[in-house]
Design a protein around this ligand. Structure first.
Ligand code: AMP
Length: 587
């Protein structure tokens, strides 16, 4: 396919303000592509997101904005000085490329003949170039592809290279569109999502649909090395509700430590990869943990996927430290120094795959027995603390003990025959019970920042408050739920514009739902997740969470207080509108 065709798609996606239109535009594009050339669908599905790889592969091209501007200058026959001036003015390398490559001063190669296949291969090639002289080689390649584009195509090319497409499209939107394309409507999205939960690679899902059809979509197997979307816990309004929800008589009650969740993949060749809860590859941040895994998991586990919570320890490796201390390990430099300063341990709580066999459909107890067999030394790779009991009173006393030890709470898990690991699901087989829930109606929520209001008085020049949303899983939208101003420290207020700068957009993203009266001064694409506590859920006209079709009343969180930024959570991992509704209804 000609790249200009894909760039027309980007233009249409960027222009629309409606989530449904977004899905329809994508579905039509996929249909046309599939009918003309089914082989191309897979790559084009990936590229429709403006990215060359699924998120779990950090396909950083290693190309700085400066290099892209230099390449644009050379491709257009302008001076770097002129291009820099345009950049000052327009603030976006894409707009600069569009401007100067519209009418070229001279061209070496005829324009407009870049194909999507060439683009895809070339960008992957750039990604793999390393070592001395790599910048020069990258520059030459960039010039040659820019020379093959003009106008709008050049704009999107620059944005893909720099990774800032901001089309408002995410994997969930593409799954909706694939469902419409292959089955006529969105009703098969849950089925596609189940496949995506074990294979979060949109191109592979599209390929399976194109090659084998929807009937075979569940056959994509677990692959060690490719992350699985994590299973999450539900929450209840009181502990007695928990026993109604969990189907088994016997509960497994596990400590809920406040660390970072990790999914460990060990392949047959010995490669160990660590994925965060957002499925980012975090192996390079934790080389010490990789070594502990090699030493402390039995050699008979030649291939495995396990999950646990990473905890920061005191320098003598004895006492648990806070989540904030652990966050000091999220770094690209001084890794060795911080290995000593902030030692870590991994508390294993699940096993998803072992030696060629998926464990996900085995009951919890069986998975636990396998964990105990492969945990060898238990020095830094430890089993999470747990009890098994039939008594709610014992659950309560274990919970109290956990709080006394400084933990966040417990996760109560079903041990019934169907206590499977349900990838990507927030399931009633796991129920969390946290300290916050005890404090008179105060509850904690993870909200997505969708906009900001400028500050007044002391906060002039900074953002004074943030517009926050919950994620509606069913409709794949972000619904405004609260205006957050309280609890933001001076330091956070200073940092926020920097953290959010890259995510600013000029208009409301198509998947964001708000009430007009809540229109913020600045819009952001859904990216940043913040933890807040709030004392009350109310229903009214100001906000839109869990609003039923036809009604103008949505749920709102009142008296919210900012607690912290949750860099470990992605926008789709935020508190869901469905979860908020069940809390409101007291379920
Ligand atoms: P929340 O972030 O409040 O939804 O709680 C879910 C998180 O609790 C998971 O993503 C894990 O990081 C963490 N967690 C801590 N201990 C456990 C455990 N024993 N089982 C499952 N998740 C746990």
């Amino acid at each position: 396919m000609q790249f200009s065709k894909l760039s027309t798609l980007y233009g249409r996606l960027e222009a629309t303000a409606s989530g449904n239109e977004l899905r329809q535009i994508l579905a039509d594009f996929f249909k046309e592509t599939y009918q003309k050339n089914p082989e191309e669908l897979s790559i084009l599905t990936q590229l429709s997101l403006g990215k060359i790889s699924p998120d779990y592969i950090s396909a950083v091209l290693g190309v700085a904005e400066k290099l892209v501007l230099k390449a644009i200058a050379k491709a257009s026959g302008r001076s770097v000085k002129e291009i820099t001036k345009h950049m000052h003015h327009l603030g976006d390398a894409g707009l600069v490329a569009e401007l100067v490559l519209k009418q070229k001063a001279f061209t070496l190669v005829p324009t407009g003949d870049l194909t999507t296949d060439e683009l895809y291969q070339t960008l992957h090639k750039i990604k793999d170039i390393e070592g001395s002289g790599s910048q020069d080689i990258k520059e030459k390649i960039l010039i040659s592809i820019f020379q093959k584009t003009t106008g709008q195509d050049s704009k999107y090319l620059a944005r893909i290279i720099l990774g800032n497409m901001r089309l408002g499209v995410a994997d969930m939107t593409v799954l909706d569109a694939l469902s419409i394309c292959f089955t006529g409507d969105k009703s098969n999205k849950p089925r596609l999502e189940r496949a995506y939960n074990v294979c979060p690679d949109i191109a592979k899902i599209a390929k399976q649909l194109a090659d084998k059809g929807i009937e075979h979509i569940d056959e994509i197997p677990v692959k060690v090395g490719r992350p699985i979307r994590v299973m999450l816990a539900q929450r209840v309004a009181s502990l007695s509700n928990m026993s109604e929800k969990i189907k088994s008589n016997l509960f497994q009650v596990e400590a809920k430590y406040d660390g970072e969740r990790v999914q460990v993949h060990k392949e047959r060749d010995g490669t160990i990869t660590l994925y965060s809860r957002r499925m980012e590859n975090i192996t390079d941040q934790l080389p010490d943990l990789v070594e502990y895994l090699k030493k402390e998991i039995h050699v008979m586990a030649v291939e495995y996927i396990l999950e646990g919570e990473i905890m920061a320890l005191s320098e003598d490796a004895k006492i648990h430290q806070s989540f904030q201390t652990l966050m000091q390990r999220k770094r690209k430099t001084e890794i060795e120094k911080y290995i000593k300063k902030v030692p870590v341990a991994l508390y294993v709580f699940d096993l998803l795959y072992l030696n060629g066999e998926s464990m996900m459909n085995k009951p919890l107890i069986e998975r636990g027995e396998s964990i105990d067999k492969i945990l060898y030394k238990k020095n830094r790779i430890r089993r999470i603390e747990l009890i098994q009991t039939e008594s709610v009173d014992e659950v309560q006393s274990f919970f109290e003990k956990m709080l006394k030890d400084g933990n966040e709470g417990v996760i109560v898990k079903s041990t019934a025959d169907d206590s499977h690991y349900k990838a990507g699901a927030r399931d009633w087989n796991w129920i969390k019970w946290k300290k916050d829930y005890m404090q008179n109606l105060v509850d904690s929520f993870d909200l997505v920042v969708i906009g900001a209001f400028y500050g007044k008085g002391k906060r002039t020049g900074a953002y004074g408050s943030l517009l926050c949303a919950t994620y509606n899983h069913k409709t794949d939208t972000f619904e405004s739920v609260s205006k957050l101003g309280t609890g933001l420290t001076d330091k956070t207020l200073e940092e926020l514009p920097f953290i959010l700068r890259e995510h600013k957009v000029v208009k409301k993203p198509a998947r964001v739902i708000i009430n007009k009266e809540m229109t913020p001064d600045v819009w952001f694409e859904p990216f940043l997740v913040v933890e807040v506590i709030a004392a009350e859920i109310s229903q009214g006209k100001m906000h839109c969470a869990a609003r039923t079709p036809g009604s103008d009343r949505g749920l709102a969180l009142r008296f919210p207080r900012f607690i912290q930024i949750r860099a470990d959570k992605g926008p789709e991992d935020a508190t869901s509108s469905e979860e908020l509704l069940s809390l409101y209804e007291g379920i």
